[in-house]
Design a protein. Structure first.
Length: 269
């Protein structure tokens, strides 16, 4: 009986995991976008029990940024079929409620529903916040799918993201800088639209980017990393700035970098 039960359980887990397809993840992304626009956080693909953090702190999802109806002017999503996770970037240009938001969602294999969400929400007063600039530049970039023959592996994409994050505390880190490459930090943009554009324009020294959580999409060459900027390793949200770094990798080299940092009501401008 125990053997039969174990076999059935293994089959159920395998079946549930197999259900994590790009299409199922796209449906979750669509649910999250609709929830944000409507200000109704209890969307159809959300599990009955969900672990939700906003700017690295545990929050009741019913009181989260998702409970605020926001007119999303620009959105982009990424889908990680290996981890069964999604990433969404929302830009809200409305003068009364300007925001740039990153949502990541992770599916619970036991239920097939979203069991964890982590959000970085930025607005007026946050690091280099300028939603007009963010919208202008983000809407002009090409984050489209990469031809199958030219796609990088998950390992290469994550290694590029990690190298960039590592260089803040280790200047010997070998970052695969691409040319051209453009970095969008808040509303500040390094690109000038020329072939020599570079993301290697300097970063602070002696700063640990820790407690990294990844969403990787090989089809789009992307890796989002939610982390603590100048945080304490192993203590999520205990110190530093809640942060998202989203990377586009082409041919093993960095092409785009988007960064969001919430000041959490502190003065960090």
């Amino acid at each position: 009986m125990r053997t039969l039960f174990s076999t059935a359980l293994a089959a159920l887990v395998a079946y549930t995991s197999a259900e994590c397809t790009r299409d199922s993840l796209k449906a979750i992304s669509a649910d999250i976008l609709a929830a944000q626009i409507a200000g109704k956080p209890l969307f159809p693909s959300l599990g009955e029990t969900v672990k939700y953090t906003e700017n690295r702190k545990a929050v009741n999802i019913s009181k989260s940024i998702l409970s605020q109806p926001l007119a999303v002017a620009h959105n982009r999503s990424q889908h990680d079929t290996v981890q069964c996770a999604t990433f969404s970037e929302f830009i809200v240009t409305d003068a009364a409620t300007p925001h740039v938001i990153v949502h990541t969602a992770r599916v619970d294999n036991a239920t097939g529903k979203v069991g964890q969400m982590d959000t970085i929400s930025t607005g007026k007063g946050d690091w280099l916040f300028n939603v007009t600039g963010t919208y202008y530049w983000a809407s002009r970039e090409n984050w489209g799918p990469i031809d199958a023959s030219k796609r990088d592996s998950r390992a290469v994409i994550q290694a590029a993201a990690d190298a960039y994050c590592d260089v803040f505390s280790n200047k010997s880190a070998k970052v695969p800088w691409g040319t051209p490459c453009a970095r969008l930090e808040g509303g500040s943009y390094t690109g000038k639209g020329v072939a020599t554009d570079s993301c290697n324009v300097g970063v602070p020294s002696g700063v640990a980017l820790v407690n990294r959580q990844y969403v990787i999409d090989e089809e789009y060459g992307t890796c989002d990393v939610i982390l603590d900027f100048a945080g304490k390793a192993g203590q999520i949200g205990a110190a530093g700035l809640p942060d998202s770094h989203d990377f586009r990798v082409e041919g093993g080299k960095l092409r785009y970098v988007h960064t969001l940092s919430s000041c959490g009501g502190k003065s960090c401008m």
